[in-house]
Write a new protein. Sequence first.
Length: 250
Amino acid sequence: MDANQIDMQIMGYGDNSPQNLDPKVSIDLSRMANDDLAAAIATHPDRFGGWAVLPVGDPEAAALELERAVKEKGLQGAMIHGYYDDKFFDDPFYEPIFAKAEELDVPLYFHPAVIPQDISEHYYQGAGWSELTAFTFAGAGWGWHEDLGVQMIRLILSGLFDRHPNLHIITGHWGEMVPNFLERMDQTLGLTVHLDRSISQTYKDNFYITPSGMFFDAQLQLAMTEVGSDHLMYSVDYPYNHPTGITTFF
């Protein structure tokens, strides 16, 4: 952090957090994980913050844990990976989580996760490339970014942000492919739904995006054009990416 002029780092658990386990175990494990995270933050409270883990399989329990993590443990919000039990988060099942995040005025950071096997087989496997290429194509090379982008659009289409206009969502990797298609969605998909605001305006109002270590100038310029600097946040995606020369880039 010192070597790269990072004043504060918000830490979170990776894809193998207890989020997607059965609530019979995920509720207690999430509490333990959040307690451990808070203890780590306490070693350098002026330099660290944290995203809570939520037992999303029980949304009411997840809402209570988010409140505990924020009010009692001082965490800044929560990180959610992918989806649970094949349900996208636009399902009304999850409404208590979003309602609580809006009430607490804390963001939810959505991170990609491994996509279902049937989707991977249909789109990303081919006779002309290796198993490693297929795995990467379905994951960090393309698939899981598109998958999360679709989920973010589903949140908008469901009217979630009409019901919770002060809800804030963060996504990494320059918005998971969504910003480059906002106008096209307004032109087509937007004509089929009845929302308080257009798809693009909802996105610009309620979403914040980070580069997640993808320090590419063209992506930065697109993000600045579509959402503006006040909805752009800094993220190096450490330890998956190791920051070098980042201050020069910005």
